[in-house]
Design a protein around this ligand. Sequence first.
Ligand SMILES: [Zn+2]
Ligand SMILES: [Zn+2]
Length: 339
Amino acid sequence: MTLDDLQKSLADMYGDKNKGQTFEYIYAYTAQNCAYLARAVEKGQDPSQYFISSFSWICALGTQLDINIQQAFLKKFPNCCPYCLEDSCICARTNKTSLKYTNQRAAREERSNKFNIIRNNPKLTPNAGDIARKLNSIYPSNAAIWLTHGSHHHFSRLFEELGEVYEAYCSHIGHRIPKEAIEEELADCIAWLLSAWDIQFPQQDFADGFNNYYVHECPVCHSSSCSCSDHYARNKALHSEEDLNQLLHSLKELSSQISSDTTRTPSVSEALELINRATEELKESAATNLTSDIRQTVSRNDTLLVRAKALLASTPELAGKFNALFDAYENIKNNFPWT
Ligand SMILES: [Zn+2]
Ligand SMILES: [Zn+2]
């Protein structure tokens, strides 16, 4: 599947829905999904859904402005670095210039020749997965930085490009600057995103990730032409009701096991009280349905649970008896991408 195939299938699914939206509306979701992606990667949680949703919103920005993402991408990255024009970037040595085409205009012309060769020969169109791999072969240092220092550099560059998308959009709207600048910035966003995918999932083709995510069409309303309501369902609050039920169930299990224990010491009662308090707090913040509130509560509850565990450990006949239940809660919690 090429980037074109992916953008078209997204336009089929979301085109009608997005038509009535402003650029800013789509941009906001792009930023939100990229931010959640960065966090999921950093926390070591499965980021695959956010890779695809971020990509999808970037495509939607293109669709909104009648920009073909594949053309925009290949125009900027015609199988080489856009500055040094090499398939293994030497920009660090040449200060972002080409050794063969020293004059800027000649370099730009060469880049456009390279693009035209691909454009005029459909067989040369790379598929999305090839693009992801190719980017990391042009820029091997990106993967090296990621693997040594983590993903910060990568995502700060993605956000930088995303900022530039909006700047280019404002110049286009406010000063009638041609939309080529927006195309270039969108191409850069796609480049950072796909290269991140390939570093994170070197064994998985990006198109497979895409197809997994959209296996039931829109993952929220399951329709082939999205019928989600605005500002709500597609916002897919990071947590689900099921997540909260699992957490509550796990806390209740702890509470009932401890209260059915016959060892009655003051520290047991105190531990029980802490766990019940955590349960109540979680129920209360669940009512707001805001992931940020719930996340804060879950994090505050960690302190209560650590204290409860320590209290139980201080009773010799109980030490370790409930550890498996505490661990179970911890596991459930850590598996959610939003905690
Ligand atoms: Zn270069
Ligand atoms: Zn939908």
